[in-house]
Each structure stands twice: as structure tokens, then as C-alpha cells.
Design a protein around this ligand. Structure first.
Ligand code: PEP
Length: 250
């Protein structure tokens, strides 16, 4: 069975204890009619996971981390393992976000190891891929995404994996690709997934679009072929905006 579309919120390095009120607001807005159609996920900073879990569990909202180490335990000061995220109530983790690829030089091999760790820990990795502005201008968008998918998706992947296409130049900029550009990359990514994982798993994996998704543009983006949801940054911080994006499916 193909899973519900996924609307995932990445809070990044935003949110203090008081922000749990926003999670509670989201819970109140996530009504059964919406629950029946889409899966809602928030990825707050690690400091808020345990507190958020008390709210999200009751509200049927999934919880995720924004990053994980590729090992389970050990001498890695400041790091958090996928097993720890699961222990705090997470069922997802974002890996390979472009901000981590850029700021911490994370490679496809490292993203692959993190995705594998997530699967071993029993949580679902959301593997982010996407080209820079320079790569798109050079006509390399499809080949960059293809390489990232090939190198960062574990071979033993199942439909538990989620892939997010996030063009780097669209993140936090208010600029989005054209609908044709999104559809082209998603069609190519789908073909890649089918080739790598076989037609069944390749078809079931949810392919999210991410990059400046807002209540104003969500409906048109989310109805494109092979777009199975969205990864949302800025617009996920306000419950009202985030739920408006999810309601694009109603
Ligand atoms: C993101 O960081 O994954 C993202 C898509 O951010 P924004 O929605 O703010 O562009």
C-alpha cells in the first residue's frame, strides 16, 4: 500500500521551550479529516524532542530529528545517534540536508552511513538531495541529483526511506523552481529509485519537494506528478502556515 503523502517541517536551529505552545497549536489544528489523508511530521531541535513528544504522540503527529551520527554510541562529543532520537520519540530523521552538506562538508558516503544507521535504529531517514544554482545553470541538475541518489541511498533500502528534492538555491530564498523543473527532477528521481530498488519499492518511496514551500504555492506544487509531499523550513515554524500547506491536499 502506498503510504500517505508526508508534510514534514524542519525547524532548523529555531525554537525554545516556549515554542512547544506552537506544537500544541498544531496538534489542535491537525483534525481527523486531515489525519486520514496526510502524515504530518515536525523535526524540532534536539533540545525540544522529548517535550514535543509528549504533545505529538497524543496528536498523531510524527516527530523527527534533523541529523544523526552514523554510529550507535561512542566517544563523539556533541553528536546524537539515531537510536537516541528513537529513544526520545522520533520516528524520522533528516539526513544530508544541504546546510549540513555545505557547513560540515557531509559527503554522499556519510549521508549513506547515516541513512543506514537510521534504518538499523528503526526510524525512517529523509535523504535530501539537490543541486546548487551553479550546477543548475551548467545544465547539471539531473546528473547531480542522480549521483546523490545513487551514492546516498542504502542498497537495502525499503519503502521506509523518504527522499527530498531540495534545490539548494530554493532553500530559504522565497524562490522556487518552475513546476516543469520540479516535475522533471522528480520524474528522473523516480526512475532512478525504480532502477536501484526495483519497481515496487521505487514506486512506494515518497519523494518530497523542499525549498520555499508556502501556503501560497503549496497546492500547485503538491499536485505535480511524483511529488508525494513537502519538506518545509520557514513556513513550518507557525502552526497556522504549516497546517495550511498540509490542507493543500484536502
Ligand atoms: C529546508 O530547510 O529544508 C527548507 C525547505 O527550507 P525553506 O522551506 O525555508 O526554504
Amino acid at each position: 500500500m502506498t503510504p500517505h503523502p508526508l508534510i514534514a517541517g524542519n525547524w532548523k536551529m529555531n525554537g525554545l521551550h516556549a515554542s512547544l505552545a506552537e506544537v500544541a497549536k498544531l496538534g489542535a489544528l491537525y483534525q481527523p479529516s486531515l489525519q486520514a489523508k496526510i502524515e504530518l511530521l515536525i523535526c524540532p531541535p534536539a533540545t525540544l524532542l522529548a517535550g514535543a513528544h509528549e504533545i505529538t504522540a497524543a496528536a498523531k503527529i510524527a516527530l523527527g530529528g534533523q541529523n544523526c551520527h552514523f554510529l550507535e554510541t561512542g566517544p563523539h562529543t556533541g553528536d546524537i545517534s539515531a537510536w537516541m532520537l528513537k529513544d526520545a520519540g522520533a520516528s524520522y530523521v533528516i539526513v544530508g540536508h544541504s546546510e549540513r552538506r555545505q557547513s560540515y562538508q557531509e559527503t554522499d558516503a556519510l549521508v549513506h552511513a547515516k541513512a543506514l544507521a537510521a534504518l538499523e535504529a528503526g526510524i525512517r531517514p529523509i535523504i535530501c538531495v539537490g543541486e546548487t544554482a551553479e550546477q543548475r545553470q551548467a545544465g547539471m541538475a539531473l546528473s547531480v541529483v542522480e549521483e546523490q541518489i545513487k551514492a546516498s541511498i542504502p542498497a537495502q533500502a525499503s519503502s521506509k526511506i523518504v527522499v527530498a528534492y531540495e534545490p539548494v538555491w530554493a532553500i530559504g530564498t522565497g524562490v522556487t523552481p518552475t513546476h516543469a523543473e520540479i516535475a522533471e527532477v522528480h520524474a528522473h528521481a523516480r526512475e532512478m529509485l525504480k532502477r536501484l530498488l526495483g519497481p515496487t519499492f521505487g514506486d512506494q518511496i515518497r519523494l518530497l519537494y523542499g525549498g520555499s514551500v508556502s501556503p501560497a504555492n503549496a497546492k500547485e506544487i503538491l499536485k505535480l506528478a511524483n511529488v508525494d509531499g513537502a519538506l518545509v523550513g520557514g513556513a513550518s515554524l507557525k502552526a497556522q502556515d504549516f497546517i495550511a500547506i498540509a490542507e493543500a491536499y484536502l
